[in-house]
Write a protein that binds this ligand. Sequence first.
Ligand code: SME
Length: 165
Amino acid sequence: MESIALAAADKPARYRELLPQISALLDGEPDLIANLANTAAALRACVTAASWIGFYVRRGDELVLGPFQGKVACVRIALGHGVCGTAAAERRTLIVPDVERFPGHIACDAGSRSEIVVPIFRAGRAGPGDVVAVLDLDSYDLAAFDEADAAGLAPIAELLGTLAW
Ligand code: SME
């Protein structure tokens, strides 16, 4: 794999093109950190509106910074706090069009204006298990993320749920 190749201009098609490329990147590689790092880089190529893309991994009652693309960021977020901690605690994707309107938003980068956070559930035979991490994308633009991002990121999060957490 040399680079991520995306021809489409519209979001749903770009995510559709991205998914098999991420799948190919992860295929046969058991190392969790390597896989998260390459996924963050692949997403960076796809989601041009994002200023920061990365993972917070669950460690007990906290989320701890994982592989990411972007500026240095907050290291620890308590479950239930900020957009990331809320998405993890509520086990659902949060789209925040204006972070200033999200009570408790944690500003790692004062330039961030909007955000999407997608929980990653440990894959299990009986369906989604515990939240093992969240995938966080931030943007300097207001309302950069919408349902098309949530729909496009969902199968990526599902794929990541099968990794060696
Ligand atoms: N804004 C996030 C914190 C993570 S950084 O933006 C990278 C939050 O409120 O959870």
